[in-house]
Design a protein around this ligand. Sequence first.
Ligand code: NAD
Length: 409
Amino acid sequence: MNRRDFLQSASAAALASTTIARAATPAVKPVRLGVIGAGSRGQEDLRQFLRVPGVSVEAICDIYPPRYEQVNRIAGKRVPATANHHELLARTDLDAILIASPVSLHAEHVIATAQTGRAIYGEKALGFTVEDNHNILAEVTRHKVLFQIGHEYRYAAWAQEAIRRVHAGDIGTPTHIYAYWHRNGDWRRAVPQPDPEGKLEHLINWRLYRETSGGLGTELGSHHIDMANWVFDEQPQSVIGTNSICRYHDGRTVGDNVQAVFSYSQGRRLVFSSITDNAKQGCELWIYGTEGSVQITIEDATFYYEKKRSNAPSADKADSKTVVERGVVTGASYSTAGEMPYRGPGEKVVTPTSEDPTLAAVRSFIGAVRGEHEIFADVHCGFRAAIACAVAHDAVFEENKMAIPGMRG
Ligand SMILES: NC(=O)c1ccc[n+]([C@@H]2O[C@H](COP(=O)([O-])OP(=O)(O)OC[C@H]3O[C@@H](n4cnc5c(N)ncnc54)[C@H](O)[C@@H]3O)[C@@H](O)[C@H]2O)c1
């Protein structure tokens, strides 16, 4: 489709939707979606969006043409397509824009969209660099557009319930969060045709190169940083970390493993680890509190409680290994008792629904577009996680403690 056809189809679609609107009063207000960046995540988001009543996709923008047919298959119709996001944004028949381009392009795409005043569902991370994040926040705020960040675990029923209980004091004072995202795979995508100059390699495997990717820390860790920010109700103040290439010496310039410690106020910490050569730990986040722990995964949440014990030994509790002399209890200076973790099934969080988090997130976004409620994972939430990712991206290479700036103004 050429440029004129692309824009003409916009006017025709606008006319058609007006006619339909006049002919019948729809049960729900239609929301017409445009997509910028229709790759793997864009397509998954789109699949979920199309499950929400009243949502349709009316245009896509992607610089890789094979995406057009892939989207047509998902939509079940021919969706007007362009390689230029300004052309997509010039259409008059779009109510909301899904942005799922690579992170290094988020600032360009989000800011251009915010300037048109449309609602935005923006994939994480909010922005790539520190400056990108400040600029996106400023423009989204200046244009007063609705913006939801793709931190879909904020919409997982079990995560919401677990964190509600943590905030209510269920595990005492939460002090540490340990988050793992361990996989066994090279994180590489196949390049489907000869590519002598490596251009397609960089387009398809942008995640593996430092100039376009924050590596595992941003791509996976951003979700965990967001959850830690949610639990501690603030963003981290500094980060120290490291990364290396341990297994995949294939030309990538981001680590195939990363470890980072994020510091919050009052000495609280998030410890994040991601490796790509062993999947035993999987994806899980542990919140440790003074009276218990909760494990949150991408499927469920489970509480465990610390053993209740008294620090003051009494003569009554003396066993064969302790000696009571003149009222003083003595015993071995080290005992293995209590060193091993308490095991058992724990107490699984039960929720009325366990809807797919992405479906729950996009459904909620559409509700916000229809004016039914506010956005939970808003641009501030996106900023607090992404600014930490942007700084951690440098910190894991420099292996220095680096301060994470807060919002300006
Ligand atoms: N929320 C989540 O759980 C989740 C999961 C996966 C990915 N993501 C995020 O989604 C985003 C996309 O990731 P992905 O895995 O889909 O990547 P991808 O490479 O599969 O898709 C990105 C698409 O953007 C297109 N693109 C590149 N440059 C463009 C440009 N200038 N204009 C328009 N389109 C352009 C590419 O051709 C590609 O089709 C990233 O920010 C990633 O972090 C989020």
